[in-house]
Each structure stands twice: as structure tokens, then as C-alpha cells.
Write a protein that binds this ligand. Structure first.
Ligand SMILES: [Zn+2]
Length: 307
């Protein structure tokens, strides 16, 4: 990390993680501006003491950020996106704010304070102003549906590939060999869906995974889809559990399935019951790449019903 990177915050360094309200489902919040920093292209980064905005994570950018409006006094500014900000307590960059892709550490790294940086295009509010952050609820609902569907699809894929393993490996919360956790390369949540890319190389084969299991990707997808249909029909409560209200606190996705309660570490947003989803379906595509095989799972779900 170069000492020139990051924005000097002077004596008013970010002293506490931003308190976040989105894990409980909030899409609007009132907070106080603690920092305003100029960004590239005439944009500004606004840090609040608390916010309903879900920012995209830097190290594992699976769920895109919310978008919406910041209201202050009689004025407003479009919030184009929200990203992570981080400030180290010690070292040559102590007290400097790193924003978005410039954040050099994983969220939660000790010795750093983490904040949500709301990226606005217009004249920003002033430090000390009380503002309202409003996240577009329809975008949030679409991403929440996509994220819940993504977790369920991963569990269904693990179950559909359970027979492909010849040695014991770590298990997912339902007791299947943890293909998703062991092979995932990238996960992107979309409105009402997700795209997950898995890589099966030498190390996964050494752990006992047979690539032959992917000779018929549509057969694997059909098994996963049968499981997903059962889960959607049964319904089940979904919630986020967390140790604390700060942005860097450990959070988990907790879901009640017919097989039992499952818990997966997760920083995103979700629907409150699987029954809100109108079906979940996956397709699988196998591609041969240098040194192995890539498997792409596309998950789609219908818009959540309003009940
Ligand atoms: Zn997640």
C-alpha cells in the first residue's frame, strides 16, 4: 500500500464502524454525516454514522450495492452506489480513508475501522448534517430474492453432486460434500438471480471429486431443480443473525428448511421467507479450461409475491 493512497481525514478519523440497518430489512434510515471526501469524476463519498444502505463488499463483491437518494434539508443527491471504506489505526497510512477497490484488506480485518461510503453525484451535505438515506426498495427486493435463491441453489447443487465424491471432505450445513464452498471462484447476485462460477482443477480432483459427474450438466441441474421445487413449496423462514450492528460484524444467513436449520456466513440481504419466491431454477454449463473444468450455474427466481 502506498502512503499516497487514501484520503487524509485529519483529526476526525472514522472512529467506529458504520452501524448498518439493512440486515434487518430496512431500506431507509436517518443518520448524521461524519465525513465527506471528494472522489474521482466529480463524485463525493459521504460517510454516515448509521445507514440502511447495503454497500458492495470489496474482497467478495457478490451482491451489488443499493442505489437511491440522500435527502438533507430541502435538498437531495442521487446515491449512485455504496462501497466499503476502511481506515487503518496504525502504520504509515493511519487515519487515511481507503474507498472501494482501494481498500487493501478484507472487511473485518483487525486494526481497521470500516464504513459505508455513499457515492453521490451532486453537491454533498456537510459534516454534522442529519440526512435521510433512501434505498430503492424494488431494487433491494430483487437483489434479496436473487441472493436467497443463490444460497438455496448452492445447497441444492451440493446435494445433486453428493455422489461425485470418492473421499470424505468438508460438508455443507445439510451434510452434503461442500462442492460450492470448495470450488467457488466467483458469485454475482443479480435482480432475481445469480451467476456462480466453479472451478474443478487438480486440487478438487485430489480431494476425490470426479469430473465425470459433470458429463451431463442438465441431469445434475434437474436433480438440483427438483430439490429447489420442494423447498419453495415447503417455504421456510429466512433471517440474518449478527453479533453486532457494525458493518464489519460477522453475519449469517439462517434458513429453516424441511431438513433443518441451516446457517451460512453472509453479508448480503434476503427475503424473509422462501415461500415469497416464485420458483427457483438453475441451469449448468460445463466448459473445459486449461488445467480443468469450469462450471457455471445460472440461478433465476420469479419476483417475490407480496403478501
Ligand atoms: Zn450470501
Amino acid at each position: 500500500m502506498s502512503p499516497q493512497s487514501g484520503t487524509e481525514l485529519g483529526s476526525a478519523a472514522v472512529r467506529a464502524d458504520t452501524e448498518v440497518l439493512y440486515p434487518d430489512g430496512a431500506t431507509s434510515s436517518t443518520g448524521v454525516v461524519t465525513h465527506v471526501v471528494p472522489l474521482a469524476d466529480g463524485e463525493f463519498g459521504v460517510v454516515l454514522d448509521r445507514t440502511a444502505f447495503h454497500p458492495v463488499d470489496t474482497a467478495w463483491p457478490d451482491q451489488p450495492s443499493d442505489a437511491g437518494v440522500l435527502r438533507f434539508g430541502g435538498e437531495s443527491a442521487e446515491i449512485r452506489r455504496a462501497v466499503m471504506g476502511a481506515v487503518p489505526a496504525d502504520g504509515e497510512s493511519a487515519g487515511r480513508l481507503f474507498v472501494g477497490e482501494d481498500v487493501p484488506v478484507r472487511t473485518g480485518t483487525e486494526g481497521w475501522t470500516f464504513c459505508v461510503v455513499h457515492v453521490v453525484d451532486g453537491p454533498p451535505p456537510a459534516v454534522g448534517d442529519t440526512v435521510e438515506a433512501w434505498a430503492d426498495p424494488s431494487l433491494r427486493a430483487a437483489l434479496s430474492a436473487g441472493h436467497t435463491a443463490c444460497h438455496l441453489a448452492a445447497l441444492a447443487l451440493d446435494a445433486a453432486l453428493a455422489g461425485a465424491w470418492s473421499k470424505p471432505v468438508s460438508e455443507d450445513p445439510l451434510g452434503s460434500p461442500a462442492f460450492d464452498a470448495l470450488a467457488i471462484q466467483s458469485s454475482r447476485i443479480e435482480p432475481f438471480g445469480s451467476v456462480d462460477v466453479y472451478r474443478i482443477g487438480k486440487s478438487l480432483r485430489r480431494k476425490g471429486f470426479s469430473v465425470d459427474a459433470l458429463d451431463d450438466p442438465s441431469g445434475v441441474a434437474a436433480r438440483a431443480n427438483a430439490r429447489l421445487a420442494e423447498w419453495v413449496a415447503a417455504g421456510g423462514a429466512v433471517r440474518i443473525e449478527r453479533e453486532a450492528s457494525g458493518i464489519s460484524a460477522r453475519r449469517s444467513w439462517v434458513c429453516e428448511l424441511p431438513e433443518g436449520r441451516v446457517e451460512i456466513p453472509c453479508g448480503g440481504t434476503h427475503v424473509s421467507d422462501i415461500a415469497e419466491l416464485v420458483g427457483i431454477e438453475v441451469t449448468l454449463e460445463r466448459t473445459d479450461v486449461t488445467g480443468g473444468v469450469e462450471l457455471t450455474m445460472r440461478t433465476s427466481t420469479g419476483p417475490a409475491s407480496t403478501r
